[in-house]
Write a protein that binds this ligand. Structure first.
Ligand code: UDX
Length: 433
């Protein structure tokens, strides 16, 4: 099929490359010329495992190209809208400027029978509004809403083999077109839910709200565990054995970050309030508050371990990205902790295998390194903030030789407390005795 993908950020670039790998003929369109230039030579402007490989293979096959001109999308049977919906400046609602601009730019180029399939995470009601506009300006085309559930770090796999496909449609024809796009996933047995616009839009925000709630639930248990000397990791293992609960997304620690969960729960709350249903999701404000408290808890622990003040003490912060296998520092708990410690006068050195460049662009006042050894050298305190494999694999005896004092906060509960204590460290996890 001939496909266009409008918006070539994480979502769009991966989607475009993956669709071309599946055999479709794809053009990726973005207003950012620099981004387009890099994608066109197979060099993605962000870190995503597996993406450079499929990008280069798809470019080499001749089925994928990139352009900054929306006119190049003309003639496609399906146009995926994959632009960002960031948190609006000064508020919690989603900023739909990019969705509207991309949609408007596409309108003059829609062939008869074309399907415009929205992928961006939007406030419920957006698809209906866009469909009304399409009916006015380009009635020969159809709108569908086809939310995306990819995780950073697993984006390629999640796109090629999704857990489920969700189509918000108003006609069987639109659903048939999407079936042709995703034929290989459907053949492999991927469940597919065909529904209305509002449900499709809500599925996405509900999924992210649920995941965020699961993490804040276990982090709330960590707060209680800290008070009574219980162990939240054992608690998570024990409740996780109940298949109705499940063990995944029950890792207590510094909490969630990234470009999706934090902004999506805030935008959902703002939209529910607009709809007069604020009380239905009022708990999401608590989910957000618990999440932010965990970062403060790390700063508090750092103070405690350093005898009341972090001022003038060297703190090695391991990790700045919001999770491993990503270079994304948006709303990253790790980076926030480093910034808070620096604000209290600590001599912070933050280290990360992939995130330093992005972190420096946001917080140039911090000292960064890509070498763990440099960060650890003569440190008074180590804070493991993002669970990159190399930090999980640190050897307590060897690490001890670099630091000035053996104090560690395991912000992700990924180290073995017994091994670290046996090697002479003062070890503190989150929600662990
Ligand atoms: C998320 C959703 O998982 C994905 O389906 C959606 O499409 C986009 O948002 P992503 O932002 O890539 O994906 O990250 P995810 O793996 O979900 O992790 C989110 C955050 O939660 C990370 O900061 C992670 O460290 C944290 N987390 C996750 C925990 O603190 N504990 C857990 O048990 C799991």
């Amino acid at each position: 099929m001939r496909i266009s993908v409008i918006g070539c950020g994480y979502l769009g670039a991966v989607h475009a490359a993956a669709m071309a790998e599946l055999g479709h003929v794809v053009v990726g369109v973005d207003v950012d010329e620099q981004k387009i230039a890099r994608l066109a030579v197979g060099d993605p402007p962000f870190f995503e495992p597996g993406l450079p490989e499929i990008l280069r293979s798809a470019l080499g096959s001749g089925r994928l190209r990139f352009s900054s001109d929306p006119a190049d999308a003309a003639g496609a049977e399906v146009h995926f809208l994959a632009v960002g919906t960031p948190q609006a400046a000064g508020g919690h609602a989603a900023d739909l400027r990019f969705v509207d601009a991309a949609f408007d730019a596409l309108l003059p180029h829609l062939a008869p029978g074309a399907v415009v399939a929205g992928k961006s995470t939007v406030p419920v009601g957006t698809a209906e509004r866009l469909a009304d506009r399409l009916a006015e300006v380009a009635p020969h085309a159809t709108l569908a809403w086809n939310p995306e559930f990819l995780r950073e770090g697993f984006a390629v796999k999640d796109t090629v083999q999704p857990d489920r496909l969700v189509y918000g449609v108003r006609s069987p024809e639109a659903s048939d077109v999407l079936d042709r796009v995703y034929a290989s996933a459907i053949e492999a047995g991927t469940p597919r839910i065909v529904t209305d616009f509002a449900t499709a839009e809500l599925v996405k925000v509900a999924a992210n709200a649920f995941l965020a709630t699961k993490i804040s639930f276990i982090n709330a248990m960590a707060e209680i565990a800290e008070t009574v000397g219980a162990d939240v990791t054992q608690l998570a293992d024990a409740i996780g054995h109940d298949t109705r609960i499940g063990r995944r997304f029950l890792n207590a620690g510094v909490g969630f970050g990234g470009g999706c969960l934090p902004k999506d729960i805030r935008a959902f709350t703002a939209r529910a309030e607009e709809l007069g249903r604020g009380e239905s999701v009022a708990f999401l404000k608590e989910v957000d508050a618990i999440n932010l408290r965990r970062r403060h808890r790390v700063v508090e622990l750092a103070r405690e371990l350093l005898g009341g003040s972090v001022h003038g003490r060297k703190v090695a912060v391991l990790g700045v990205t919001f999770k491993p296998d990503s270079d994304d520092v948006r709303d990253s708990p790790a980076l926030d902790i480093a910034v808070q410690l620096k604000g209290l006068g600590a001599d912070v050195v933050a280290v990360d295998p992939e995130g330093v460049e992005n972190a420096r662009a946001r917080h140039p006042q911090l000292e960064y390194s890509t070498s763990t050894a440099t960060a650890l050298d003569r440190a008074d305190l180590v804070v493991l903030a993002t669970e990159w494999a190399e930090y999980r694999a640190l050897d307590p005896a060897e690490t001890l030789r670099s630091v000035a004092a053996a104090r560690i906060i395991d912000g992700r509960n990924v180290l073995d407390p017994d091994a670290w204590r046996a090697a002479g460290w003062t070890y503190r996890g989150l929600g662990r005795p």
